[in-house]
Design a protein around this ligand. Sequence first.
Ligand SMILES: Nc1ncnc2c1ncn2[C@@H]1O[C@H](COP(=O)(O)OP(=O)(O)OP(=O)(O)O)[C@@H](O)[C@H]1O
Length: 356
Amino acid sequence: MADTQVPAQVAAPSLIPAVVVALPQATVPERDRLPKEGDEIVTDSGKRYKLGPVLGDGGYGTVFLSQDDGVRIAVKTEKFSKSQLKIEILVLKAAMQANCKHFCELIDCGTKSKEFDYMMISLLAKDLHKIRCEMPDRKFTMNTALRVGLETLKACEELHRIGFVSRDIKPGNFAPGVKANRQSRTIFMFDFGLARRYIDKNNNVIPTRKEVGWRGTTRYGSINAHKKLDLGRRDDLESWFYGLVEMTRGTLSWRNVVERQHVQRAKEASRTSGRVQFLFETPSQFDKILTLIDSYSFESAPDYKAIHKLLVEAREERNLRDREHWDWEEETVSTTITTITSFSDKELRAKADQSK
Ligand SMILES: Nc1ncnc2c1ncn2[C@@H]1O[C@H](COP(=O)(O)OP(=O)(O)OP(=O)(O)O)[C@@H](O)[C@H]1O
């Protein structure tokens, strides 16, 4: 109702400076205003993206469903003054240049002056944390857990290959692609808000800055993160490993521990007296993977191949076959053939229907 203020101005025009009267309120950008469902973003190239239902909320913004030439996509927006999208865009551009397989395509990006930053990226299904929590016993079958382990390890390797560390590796930052893009068996890494370059222009590892602040998520942070040390590739892999154990077992020894310091102690114990409990009912290869990761220093280039080989070995020991369905695909039960649809695909269709 912008018009409601006009009568006062009309009644006493001589009291109001001309510049104020002439300036329509709608043209003044409201600092850090986020868009909402139904709004349209017009990019610098003039392309228009209508924002559909909200897919998720982040710390500084909102992710929306949208469309690009009839293809469903995601639009991530973040408040102008808080935005971490610049680093995310840097990572996604580098990933596209290097033909990485485990990152969203960056379709478009830009800034709505003083209000918000935005980027248009390929659509993903529900993240691995949410999918796991919907599984019986809150864990994946061994077949899916190990395949997810292989896919997410590849994603970490790709990120490191293009010169970045995530510093926030966790199941909630990985998601399968959508069936419509034929990507439901590829796991994508997303959310690079805490990412950082770890190599300089000459491909040398940037020396550790020793103590820095806390980075990441308490449950999955490496022991170095607890010690507030600079984080490198090995720390991403330590976090990856915690996620892998959780997806395989359905729990982590420190799941119900709240205090960050106590979580650190539980992680330290998981290398000594608590190791058996930590790795309970996981493949014997997990113990070897943990030993390998723990042997790396800040500068080490991890041996991704060796970890990959151990995961493959765990699969072979159990005769697990690639042809079997993944936990988020609907099973083909006896003679009743159901369509293989990811949960998220269904939900997205429902969301899109609701907004029609
Ligand atoms: N490409 C995508 N496709 C579908 N949903 C997405 C996509 N990217 C993000 N989302 C959804 O939006 C949520 C928030 O996204 P993201 O984690 O990137 O934001 P964030 O602000 O960094 O979040 P946080 O504060 O949790 O770190 C995700 O949990 C996910 O549900």
